[in-house]
Structures are given as structure tokens and as C-alpha cells.
Design a binder for this molecule. Structure first.
Ligand SMILES: [Zn+2]
Length: 188
């Protein structure tokens, strides 16, 4: 059942036209056709979409609305796994959990205090920090941004010109805003 109104605004395309109320949304006649097709024959929309657009219809399956970020609680559950690598080094891999989902990972090992292995440790820190960022994005819906990636990479660096420091230098150039220009000028 749809009810008609003269000269109101279509909530889908914004046109001021005669609208119909369909599923509590005021839509013009054209948008009404689109809406009923999306609702009843989504495969037609998918097929038509592929003819013109080389990208998914919805960026996230299961909903286009961004989910609200869940705050990481002050106290979280965790599990620590002991593992041995191919060079027989013993590792402790710790996983923080929220509702049974992994939201942070840490890795530690006995060679942590070895000064010759600083670069290896900074690479490891980069991996675990970036994995943690992705896990928080997947399970806590924390938005993923270039600035957040950069912050984690920068914090992983232990000394000047180690791998994270170099990556930070290169990727910072893609930052938008006044800082970007400043950094670019410094490098060049
Ligand atoms: Zn419309």
C-alpha cells in the first residue's frame, strides 16, 4: 500500500515531485520503481550495477551504516600462548579478548633485551600494533584511518632509520592537511 502526496521531496533522490509513501519513506515514482526492485528483485540491481560500476554495491556486506565503536574496557580477558619458532626461540604470544574475540596481540621473547636485535623487535612491534589496529576495527568497529596506521608505525620505531621509521617517513607524505606539506618540504 502506498499513499500519494503532491509536490513533496523524494527522500531518495531529493527531487520535489509527487511522492509515494513506501515502507515509511517518501519517494518519487522513479525511486519507487528502484526501491521495489531492490526489495523484490535484488539480482536485477546487481546485474545492472555490474554493467556500469567496477566496485561492490555496498562496501561492507551486511550493512552500509558504520557501526558505533565499542570502547576497549579497562580490564580485558587474555590468553598467553607459548610457541617455539624454527630457530628454537621461545615466544609468548598474548591475545586480549573482548566477548571471546581477539582485540589486541602482543609478542614477547627472551631476546627482548638483546641490543643487536633492536631492529627485529621494532619490526615485530609494527606487526603486532598493526594487527591489533585491524582487530579493533573488525571486532570493536574502531574506524581505520591513515593517521592511526601512522601513529602505530611511528610508535614501533626504536631508532632512527629502522624499518618503521622509514615507512613512517614515506607514508606521512600521503597525509592530508597542513602537516603533510610541512613533512614533504622537510624531506625534499
Ligand atoms: Zn526520487
Amino acid at each position: 500500500m502506498t499513499e500519494e502526496r503532491e509536490d513533496s521531496r523524494c527522500q531518495l533522490c531529493g527531487a520535489t515531485k509527487k511522492t509515494h509513501n513506501l515502507d515509511n519513506i517518501s519517494v518519487c515514482t522513479s525511486c519507487k520503481t528502484v526501491m521495489t526492485t531492490v526489495k523484490s528483485h535484488p539480482e536485477v540491481i546487481k546485474n545492472a550495477w555490474r554493467l556500469y560500476h567496477d566496485e561492490p554495491i555496498l562496501p561492507q556486506p551486511g550493512g552500509s551504516e558504520p557501526r558505533e565503536t565499542i570502547e576497549l574496557p579497562d580490564v580485558v580477558d587474555g590468553k598467553r600462548y607459548r610457541a617455539v619458532d624454527r630457530e628454537q626461540n621461545k615466544w609468548y604470544l598474548s591475545v586480549s579478548e573482548v566477548d571471546g574475540n581477539p582485540v589486541e596481540v602482543f609478542a614477547s621473547t627472551a631476546f627482548d633485551r638483546n641490543h643487536e636485535l633492536q631492529s627485529r623487535i621494532s619490526n615485530l612491534t609494527t606487526i603486532t600494533r598493526l594487527i591489533s589496529l585491524i582487530l579493533r576495527h573488525i571486532f570493536l568497529y574502531e574506524p581505520l584511518t591513515l593517521d592511526k596506521c601512522l601513529k602505530q608505525i611511528q610508535r614501533s620505531s626504536r631508532q632512527k632509520n629502522d624499518l618503521p621509521d622509514m615507512l613512517y617517513g614515506v607514508l606521512s607524505r600521503y597525509r592530508k592537511g597542513p602537516e603533510e606539506t610541512e613533512r614533504n618540504n622537510q624531506i625534499i
